[in-house]
Structures are given as C-alpha cells and as structure tokens.
Unconditional design. Structure first.
Lengths: 187, 650
C-alpha cells in the first residue's frame, strides 16, 4: 500500500520525506495489518500510530483512510479535532509548556515565548535537527508548582526566563558530554 | 457462579484476608515509608525522594519497606512522606527531597531518637508527643468523605481498600437490590459533581425505567478544565472507590456494561484503573455473578483523545463511537438512548466516588453534610495566590471567604485578594465583595459563576481581569467543536475584541458588543460549552468594568499585566553602581550600563518578561513597572561610552 501511495507523489513531495519518516511509514504499514478493516477502528488506529511514533505523518493519514475504506477528509477531520494528535515528529527533547489557568496567571505565556526565542521555533514545531519540539498543553495538574514545563518526562516547577536558559544549557551540556564520551570510546 | 452464600458472606472472607494483610503491614517490625506518588507528587520529585530513601537505607544497613501511595491533596507540601516507625505513631512529613530523606533515615530510623521535627507536619493518630493533623486549620475544617482514604492507602492493592470497609456498600446493594440503591441515592439528592448539578438519582431512574436488552454506565473522567485535577487524583489514589460506585450505579439501573472514559493525558490514572479492574475481577467484585449474586458487570477503560467538549454527555458518546466529539440535540437523552442506542448513564468520577459512602451511611447521614439543596461535600482544587494550594474537600455551603482564608491560609505575601475564578472556563470571576457567597450549586449560579468541575483560582491585585477573560475565551474558542454558529463565530469575536482591548486598541462601544455577543452565544448554543463560554466575559464585565474602561480610555492596565500597556524601567536613585544582577538574567540583552555606571532598560529590546524585577536584589529593589508606558520618567540616561581598547578586545 505504501509503495502505491508513494508512486502517486511528485518529485518535490517525495523529496520532502526523509529517511526517518520513511521508516515510520513502513512501520505504520505493517502495524495497520493487525487493525480490523472497519470504520469504527478509525480513532483506535490513529491513537495507535500516535502512541507508537509520537506523531501522525501526512502519508499515514492516507494509509489509514485506504485501510479502513473511509475518506481522507474523514481521517483528517478526526485527527485535527482531538488534541492528542500531532503532525510533526517530536523532538528528542520534547518541551511542553503548561498554560493552564494557574500557569497563565503566573506568566506561562512569557515562558513559552522564551523557549520560542531560544530555540528559534514556534509552538507546535520541531527544530530542524529534531532535537527540540515545542508545544503548549492545557493543564498538567501541577497548578501549585506554576508555571510548570515538562521537558521529556521531567516536570520543571517554578520556571522563569533564566531557568529556560538553564534547561536548554543543561540539555546541550549533556549532549556534548555524551558526544565526547562516544568519541573517547571510539578511540 | 451464583451460589447459596450471600454477597456479604462472600465479602467477609475477602475482608478478613485483607485485614490480615494490612495488619501485617501496620504491625510490621520494620519501618514502612509511604511516599505520595500520584502525578503531582511525581512532578514535585517523589521519584528522587524514593531513590534518596533507598540509597540511605542501603548505606546505613537498615531494612524498611517503601510504598507508593496516592495523593493527600496537600500540593504545597509535596513531596509528602508518611513514616511508620515501630514505637512511634505514623508521622507525616512535608517537602522531603532526596537530602531530607537521607537525614530522616539517619536520625529517625537509624538512631531512633530524633523524629526530625523540622520536617514534620504531624502524627496521623493522637499522641502526646506529637501534634496531630487535627491541630491544623486545614485538616480541622476539611470534611473528607470522598477523599477520606486518598494518600493513605496503596491504590495498587485492593486489600487496602477492602480493609477500610471497601465494597461493603456493593455487597449491601446486591442483597437489597438495585431499586433500593436507586431509592437511597434519590433520597440523598446526590447532585452531579461534574458541574451542572443534575440529580444523579433522577438520571438513574429514567434509565432504570427503560426496557432494553443491555444498558451501560459510563464514568466520565475526561477532566479537561485547565486548573482542575481532582478527578485524576481520585482515579489515581482510590480507584476501587470509583469502581464500587460504578458497580452500584450499574446495579441501580440494571446495566451489564460499564466503561471508564479517561483522558489519554492521564497515563498513570489509566494504568492504575486497569490494574484495579483486574484485581477486582480476580476477587469477584466485578465480572460475572458478582459476589455470588446474579448481577454481572463487564468494565473496560477507554482513553479519550483530549477534547474539552467531550465532557458533554452526547459528545462523549459520539467520540466513543469513533466520530468527532460533537454534541447532539437532546432528547433523546442518553439515559433513554445513548451509546449504540442503549440506555446509557454518564456520571462524573466524583459523583460515583460519593455513592459508596451514601449507601454505607444512608441518605439521612448525607443530608447532615452540606446544605438542604446541595447535600454532601465539594472538592476544589484551590490554586493561585494562596498560602496552601491543593485539593480541599469541604461541606457544601461554606463561604468562599472560609475556603480561601481559613482553609487555604489566605493570600500569599500579604497581598490583597482581587478575585476568585471558580468553575474553570465555564465559570466566572467573583470579586472580593462577594466572598461571603456560599459554595453550592444554586448560590454560585445566582451570582453568575458555576460550580463547574471545581477548579478555583485565587487572584491578587497583580492579575488583570480583562486578560483572564481573554485567556478563557481563547481556550473555549479553541475547544468549540464548531457545530453551532454562535459558539464557533461568537466566541471568536469575543476573543478578538478582548485581544484588542488588552493591547490598548479597544473602544467604549466594544463593551456593549461584548455583552450583546455573550448573550447571543448563550442563547444560540446547543451544549453547555457554548452556553457557559461567555461566563468569564459576563462576570468580569459586571464586576470589573472599571478595568475594561481603564484599558480603553487611559490605555492603562491597572494590574500591570497586559504587556503592551506596561513598561519597565530602572530607578536610578535606587540602582546600585556596579551591580550586574539584572544584566545577566535578561533574555534579550535589553539592559545596558549608563554613563554613571548604573543600569537602564532599552525599551526597544525589552520583552517585558519581568525577570529583572526578581533578579534585582531586595536591598535595592530598583526595577519599576508602570502602566501606561508613557509614565517612564526621563532620567537623562546615557549609555556608558565603550572604551576603545575594550572594543579592540571584543
């Protein structure tokens, strides 16, 4: 099915799919085989792809539509309706800025802006090297610790603009150290 | 299998074995450390705390058991730890990080002499050497019915729930029959805790009266309010109480299927509920022929994909069916024709969690708590500018003043209370003058707010009410499903008008437009998302009109929160020569050194994040925030000329 869909793309569309995405698409094609071919499976199928890969690649939507024999519009309608679904691959360091009521009142908006400025991406985007992705979430239920940010799995409490700097620096330093470690091992 | 033994006799066997399991833990010769590890506890660092305990225990060669428990609701004191050390009462400690964990192990568990009073909140049971929790206003004023066992029992062990009388109500219900359960809940006048306050008994009665081959009960755990997390806490901390309530509801209407609808954003709650269902089925508390009766119930978990509108009954059912969660016209009500056209009742987590206590203690007891029209307790997540934020369970009918000042310790840092936002995006902002309002379904509605899901944000003078209204409208706008024109387009207009006011581009006629559009959205929307979406606008317009006027006529934000209307400057009189604290913290390098070696802010570069206010040492306290920006005085600031040799170095 994937090959057939790929064959319909023009050159520029094909070029936009990098190796990482192609691997995801191949995996999705296999996973879909275990999904019963009925329209009730639409939401569970999308949830499965989202959970396994962290996002819904464009072509995956077409694959789901074909597999369940529903229109692509139907699939897109569901995928954009629910907040759970993402259309960009998550970064290796996904950053979620909480903008629940308590965090908003305590300046969550400013924190989001600082991340945007520091990383050079907007919300719902992923940096080109796929190192970072940035999104806003409605509430992570840590209102007493506002403003809060989730970096990877870790919740950072009482975040300030200078702490934003600290969070990114920490990630960069870790990355640098890991790279040096690897270099050493290779030597 | 149906047997001769009665459900109570069946349960007795389980309860006895559970009691011995729990007693073995309570009378353990080894110390037991209970760490609050619900989502909020984890966020506050409970895992580091556990690692700290493990390491310290190993280093000191002490044997002890560590148990993860749910949430006590005292978010301000996380991570919370209870230590049960033989020879002492169980002691509750606050703010225990890895370091404090090490100290507790060395001083309290190893030497056994020093219970570390500096981290202690109090003893769980009365003791002459320790203060008890009841000595604190927070514990004294609370009336924990639904949250009674939260944070004290292990949510992953059904035995812990059985040992505190769990499933007794279900056994009683099975013996006396579904009609009796329904009568009790009706007599208790249990009103839906999801927000609207519709009597649960009435809903159940309708469903019971419908003839159908199969019926369904759904537990609504799609808690989508920003700023509310009590449902999550109940699911994570006492899952079996939810299941018992669910089973009782199913019994009352004659349902054979039950479903827990939980947000996918609550992975821990999903995991704990799934485990709880398996455990309950293994003990025949759910599943086929429950406790030897002829009542069977199959329970499953469904993960919601995150849409605020799915809190609405008909939208929730649509989303279960794999469609976009858009509300439908009622009637038919779901109680008559819901999921797959079967009679379906949907109750909130809190409502179902309250049911077991009503069946156990009777409707009359329930009426003894709260008010005549709203009996029982209310659970709030009180957050924002209060001293002790967290989850609070109080009887219905207490005043807002009591809740904020007496129970939650009043406003932080000695500031003034400005408003209380109650009920989330569908609720309203109430001013300080209405703090005597009683908290129950009807009193709140009469002043324009709403019980909602129980989110309560306390705001001080630094919060702009126009901005708060914009924030909530932005939220509901994004969550509107788009079905009704007035909700879809009306909320968008509201948001745009509010946006223009917060950046100083509003006009006085906007205020009339806001009121008119709000009215139209309320009238022209099908579901309560649209019907309540303008509430934040309506209440702020009613109670804080002067703030709107200040934004429009003076281009001034009285709370100095709206950034376009605010500016920062450094008071050269107060600024200290040579101090660099603000320069380092500025994310946009907007702060420069003046010719007399003090600091000033380049207004072109400043993004008004306020970081320099916190960075400036309190002894100088030189950063000023003004609104409108024209209020910045001309202090004759000149940048320090860059010396030539320094420039060469750079």
């Amino acid at each position: 099915m994937l090959d057939r869909i790929l064959a319909t793309l023009d050159e520029s569309e094909k070029a936009a799919i990098d190796e990482e995405e192609l691997a995801v698409l191949k995996a999705v094609a296999d996973e879909l085989l275990s999904v019963p071919q009925e329209s009730l499976q639409l939401l569970p199928a999308l949830q499965m792809i989202q959970t396994k890969h962290g996002y819904l690649p464009r072509l995956a939507l077409r694959m789901v539509a074909e597999h369940l024999a529903v229109t692509i519009g139907n699939v897109y309608g569901i995928a954009t309706f629910y907040n759970q679904f993402r259309f960009n691959p998550p970064g290796r360091n996904p950053i979620k800025v909480c903008l629940g009521t308590a965090c908003h009142v305590k300046g969550g908006e400013i924190i989001l802006e600082n991340f945007e400025r520091r990383l050079g991406i907007k919300e719902n985007e992923t940096s080109e090297d796929r190192e970072y992705s940035l999104e806003r979430v409605a509430c992570i239920g840590c209102c007493a610790l506002a403003p809060a940010v989730v970096v990877g799995e870790k919740v950072e409490a009482y975040v300030t603009p200078s702490k934003v700097e600290g969070i990114i620096t920490e990630i960069e330093v870790r990355k640098e150290m890991a790279a040096r470690e690897q270099e050493k091992n290779e030597d | 299998m149906k047997t001769e033994k009665s459900p109570k006799e069946h349960l007795k066997a389980h309860a006895e074995s559970a009691a011995s399991v729990v007693a073995a833990l309570k009378d353990s010769p080894l110390p037991v450390i209970y760490v609050g590890a619900a989502t909020c506890g984890l966020a506050a660092g409970a895992l580091e705390t556990i690692a700290g305990f493990e390491e310290a225990l190993k280093d000191n060669g002490i044997e002890a058991e560590i148990r993860k428990v749910g949430c006590l609701g005292h978010c301000y004191a996380e991570p919370l730890v209870i230590i049960q050390n033989p020879g002492f009462p169980s002691l509750l400690y606050q703010k225990i990080g890895a370091g404090e964990a090490g100290i507790l192990v060395r001083s309290f568990l190893k030497d056994g002499s020093d219970p570390c009073y500096e981290y202690l909140i109090g003893a769980l049971e009365a003791d002459e050497n320790f203060p008890t929790l009841m000595d604190y206003p927070r514990y004294l004023y609370e009336n924990r019915v639904v949250m009674e066992h939260c944070g004290l029992i292990d949510p992953k062990e059904v035995d812990h729930y059985l040992a505190v009388g769990g499933y007794e109500s279900l056994a009683a219900g099975l013996e006396k029959g579904g009609a009796w359960v329904l009568d009790e809940v009706k007599a208790a006048n249990l009103r839906g805790r999801g927000g609207a306050g519709f009597p649960a008994g009435k809903k159940w009665e309708i469903a019971r009266g419908v003839e159908a081959s199969s019926k369904m009960v759904i537990c609504n755990g799609d808690e989508g309010d920003p700023g509310a997390y009590m449902d999550r806490t109940l699911l994570e901390s006492n899952p079996h109480q939810v299941l018992e309530g669910l089973a009782l509801a199913a019994l009352a209407i004659g349902a054979d299927r039950a479903l827990l609808y939980i947000r996918a954003e609550y992975p821990l709650a999903v995991k704990i509920m799934e485990a709880a269902i398996i455990q309950a089925e293994a003990k025949n508390l759910l599943g086929e022929n429950i406790l030897g009766s002829d009542f069977s119930l199959a329970v499953t978990v469904f993960q919601g994909s995150g849409a605020f509108v799915c809190g609405e009954e008909t939208a929730l059912i649509e989303s279960l069916s794999g469609r976009r969660g858009m509300p439908k016209v009622r009637p038919p009500y779901p109680a008559v024709s819901g999921f797959a056209e079967l009679p379906t009742i949907i109750n909130n987590v809190k409502t179902l969690s309250t049911v077991p206590s009503i069946i156990k203690n009777g409707a009359e007891w329930f009426h003894g708590i709260g008010t005549a029209e709203s009996p029982g307790t209310a659970i709030f997540s009180v957050v924002g500018e209060v001293e002790y934020p967290g989850l609070v369970e109080v009887p219905m009918g207490v005043t807002l003043e009591h809740l904020v000042v007496d129970v939650c310790g009043g406003i932080k840092n000695g500031k003034e209370l400005k408003a209380v936002q109650i009920g989330g995006p569908s609720g309203g902002c109430l001013p300080a003058s209405l703090m005597e309002t009683e908290i129950d379904f009807d009193s709140l509605k009469s002043v324009g707010a709403m019980m909602g899901s129980g989110g309560l944000v306390v705001m001080n003078e630094d919060t702009c009410m126009v901005e708060v209204a914009r924030y909530f409208t932005d939220f509901t706008q994004g969550e509107s499903c788009g079905k009704c024109t007035f909700c879809r387009i009306g909320t968008r207009h509201l948001r745009e008008i509010l946006q223009s006011i917060t950046v100083g581009e509003g006009e006085m006629s906007d205020l009339d437009d806001l009121a008119e559009i709000s009215e139209a959205v309320v009238a022209g929307s099908l579901c309560s998302l649209g019907k309540t979406a303008p509430n934040p606008v309506i209440t702020t317009l009613r109670f804080f009109r002067d703030e709107y006027v200040a934004h429009i006529e003076e281009k001034r934000c009285p709370a100095r929160m709206c950034r376009t209307l605010t500016a920062f400057y450094i008071d050269l009189e107060a600024c200290a020569r040579g101090c660099d604290a603000c320069v380092a913290c500025c994310p946009t390098e907007a702060i420069f050194t003046t010719s007399n070696r003090k600091k000033a802010i380049d207004q072109e570069k400043c993004v008004k994040c306020g970081e320099c206010v916190y960075a400036c040492p309190p002894e100088y306290d030189a950063v000023r925030r003004v609104s409108p920006p024209e209020l910045i005085p001309d202090q004759g600031v000149e940048p320090l000329p860059v010396k030539e040799n320094e420039e060469g170095d750079a």
